[in-house]
Design a protein around this ligand. Structure first.
Ligand code: PMP
Ligand code: GLN
Length: 400
């Protein structure tokens, strides 16, 4: 690997994110962008209107460090309604610049140099970079894909091997970093997997950081459950979420982290020197969103499930074996039937020219040592308008 000049050794190898690279390629080629996961339609009008009304008021100035009180109260109410967890808005809820800052601040606050973080891979790309910035080391446990036969639609689930999980934990392990519903596989950890993870965390005395930004984007009656709801877990767990996916406002970067006061207080210490606060006018708007009726959240999932089916059917018709995701914005395919060398990065760099569609290679979501596990996988986003998905599917079918 060539060394980037000036860049600290901690961040060598991280380069430009794969999302930025592929969105730039979509722009340059005019391809349909099913790469970066962002919706192309607006969020709930009440939420947008509250933000519009907040601009030009006192909300333009710094909100309180832990977040606007009405947003913290709304986060606590939302948790009580959907996860059953009770958090005190004063001390157990911290508003952050998206889930990304919540995760980075937590790792900076909680890790000593040399501490190990166990996580499941493929993993969202910011995790490894944030662990590295905190001076920690990633110990990745692979999720294994259900093996689809060529050209088939697979309803199986990605899962991990409990023995591999246990082997990844060492005396240096400080923290278990989870993401469910999971980007990029679309898997939702089930009760047995959560119990296994909780047993490992309890046995080894680990803290748990759980990224639940796709909490509401769950399909086919699958149920998202936070690991913090398991016995003995609340006191060791930080639960992270954000407004981006739930309210289709990925550019607002309003997130939050909830947990026991001593843990949240540690995260706040790091967070206050990263951004201090952000998104003043968006904070009251997200508070309105979190209090929307159950029907809003149910319709969000049902609508996305319908679009998932359109994309899955289209990928299948294009000869790409696809695992049907239980959740999130993403479906992942195996490119080997259409590309003998199984090189997902090369496939994604060519696809805009060949078919006019952009996807994201999954290889970069793996620890470099395990990159071969995801080399042949490519992720497509279905959080797009019907006509955009239809166009993408038609282009993929034509390109064969
Ligand atoms: N975690 C996961 C799993 C994600 O997919 C994303 C990206 N949308 C984030 C965190 C980042 O969330 P935010 O934009 O709120 O920082
Ligand atoms: N979370 C989004 C995704 O996985 C992208 C976020 C980003 O561009 N960093 O596509």
């Amino acid at each position: 690997m060539t060394r980037a000049p000036h860049l600290t050794s901690r961040l060598q190898g991280f380069g430009t994110t794969i999302f930025a690279e592929m969105s730039a390629l979509a722009q340059a080629t005019g391809a349909v962008n099913l790469g970066q996961g962002f919706p192309d339609s607006s969020g709930p009008p009440e939420v947008l209107e509250t933000a519009r009304r907040a601009v030009g008021t006192a909300h333009d100035q710094y909100p309180p460090g832990p977040g606007l009180p009405e947003l913290r109260a709304a986060v606590a109410r939302h948790h009580r309604r959907f996860s059953g967890l009770d958090f005190d808005p004063d001390g157990e809820v911290l508003v952050t610049a998206g889930a990304t800052e919540a995760i980075t601040a937590a790792l900076l606050a909680l890790l000593e140099p040399g501490d190990e973080v166990v996580l499941l891979e493929p993993m969202y790309d910011s995790y490894a970079a944030a662990v590295a910035m905190a001076g920690g080391t990633v110990r990745a446990v692979p999720l294994r894909a259900p093996a689809p036969a060529a050209g088939e639609v697979t309803r199986g689930r990605w899962t991990f091997d409990p023995a591999e999980l246990r082997r990844a934990v060492t005396p240096r392990t400080r923290l278990l970093l989870l993401n469910s519903p999971h980007n990029p596989t679309g898997a939702v950890l089930d009760d047995a997997e959560l119990a296994e993870l909780a047993a490992v965390a309890t046995h080894a005395g680990l803290l748990v950081l759980t990224d639940e930004v796709y909490e509401h984007l769950v399909f086919d009656g699958a149920r998202h459950r936070s690991i913090a709801t398991l016995p003995g877990m609340r006191e060791r767990t930080l639960v992270v979420s954000s407004a981006g996916k739930t309210f289709s406002v990925t550019g607002w970067k309003i997130g939050w982290v909830c947990g026991p006061a001593p843990l949240v207080s540690a995260v706040r210490t790091a967070k206050q020197f990263l951004t201090f606060v952000n998104g003043g006018p968006f904070q009251p708007a997200v508070a309105v969103g979190l209090d929307l009726p159950d029907a809003f959240f149910a319709e969000l999932a049902a609508d996305l499930q319908r679009r998932r089916d359109v994309l899955v059917e289209g990928l299948h018709a294009a000869g790409l074996p696809v695992v049907v995701p239980q959740a999130t914005y993403f479906a992942t395919v195996d490119v080997r039937p259409v590309r003998a060398d199984g090189d997902g990065v090369a496939f994604c760099r060519e696809l805009p020219h060949r078919a006019g569609v952009v996807g994201i290679p999954v290889g970069p979501f793996y620890d470099p040592a395990d990159a071969h596990l995801g080399r042949h996988l490519v992720r497509f986003a279905f959080c797009k308008r019907d006509e955009v998905l239809a166009e993408a599917v038609e282009r993929l079918r034509r390109a064969g």
